[in-house]
Design a protein around this ligand. Structure first.
Ligand code: ADP
Length: 261
């Protein structure tokens, strides 16, 4: 460019350069902190099931193997631990892709009512175990066609429905409703009358690895990533996700989708 002989402008440019660099360094610092936290969380999450599996295998090798009953019990527990590891690694894989922005949405038109029914079928057994009733409610003419990434939205429904069962109370209900929001949007609500979430937790709820009751939800076998995956997927669609909850009363998660014409 042209040589700048105006000293005032030059000083301003140097100042701006310094400010930009400072900002860049700050951003890198934040990112580095983020990365450290991420790896800290990941190894922490993996440790518990890994130690469990290791413990059972070592005990088996130590002689517990000779007792047929104990052998079966310990192998089943080790297998549960491995299952949990698979869960966590799958979730990590997904969250990494989502955060890198490596998520190419495959937008297609599909019937969200049919999808809700399919997901209900998948989790009917699990709901039955807690005597939870799954209900679907819409005053809408069916089918309800939406434009979205079918596989990802199914993942969203799965995560929210599984949570409503996990954190639901015995003999409770999980209700899904779909309503017209504005001209080209619908809102899907997943409501439960489960344990609910205290107000103080709501702002951080969608953060990865965030859990309200660390010990309690760990036994339920989640990865603490479910809601952050949900949020990423909905935001990748340029849609919105909301949560309303009251401790001891229940929770409602809702998200918007684009209606197909
Ligand atoms: P997790 O694997 O722990 O279930 P999530 O990201 O899916 O992780 O959820 C984060 C936390 O939010 C849970 O640990 C739980 O404390 C709370 N939570 C999520 N859904 C519900 C719900 N429907 N009712 C009550 N608490 C919930």
């Amino acid at each position: 460019g042209p040589i700048n002989t105006d000293m005032g402008t030059l000083t301003q440019e140097i100042d701006k350069f310094a400010r930009d660099k400072k900002l860049e360094i700050e951003t890198l610092k934040v990112r580095d902190q983020y990365r450290k936290e991420f790896f800290g969380n990941v190894s922490h999450e993996l440790k518990t099931p890994l130690f469990t599996v290791q413990g059972y295998i070592l005990t088996l090798l130590d002689g517990a193997m000779n007792d047929e009953k104990i052998r079966k019990k310990y192998l089943e527990r080790a297998s549960k631990g491995v299952e949990r590891l698979v869960y966590i690694v799958n979730d990590l894989d997904m969250i990494t892709k989502l955060e890198i922005g490596d998520l190419r949405l495959k937008i297609e038109t599909f019937d969200i009512v049919e999808m809700v029914k399919n997901v209900f079928d998948m989790f009917e057994m699990r709901a039955n175990k807690k005597k939870i009733t799954l209900t679907f409610d819409t005053d809408y003419p069916k089918p309800i066609l939406v434009n979205a990434d079918k596989e990802r939205i199914q993942q969203v429904l799965i995560n929210l429905i599984v949570n409503s069962i996990k954190y639901g109370r015995e003999k409770g209900t999980t209700e899904i409703s779909i309503e017209n929001l504005i001209k080209n949007k619908v809102i899907v609500r997943i409501t439960d009358n489960g344990i609910g979430i205290g107000k103080a937790h709501l702002p951080r709820l969608f953060e990865r690895f965030y859990r309200v009751d660390k010990s309690g939800s760990r036994t339920e076998g989640g990865s603490g990533l479910g809601l952050s995956i949900v949020k990423h997927i909905i935001e990748a669609h340029d849609e919105k996700i909301y949560v309303e909850s009251e401790y001891g009363v229940g929770s409602e998660f809702s998200f918007t989708l684009e209606k197909a014409k």
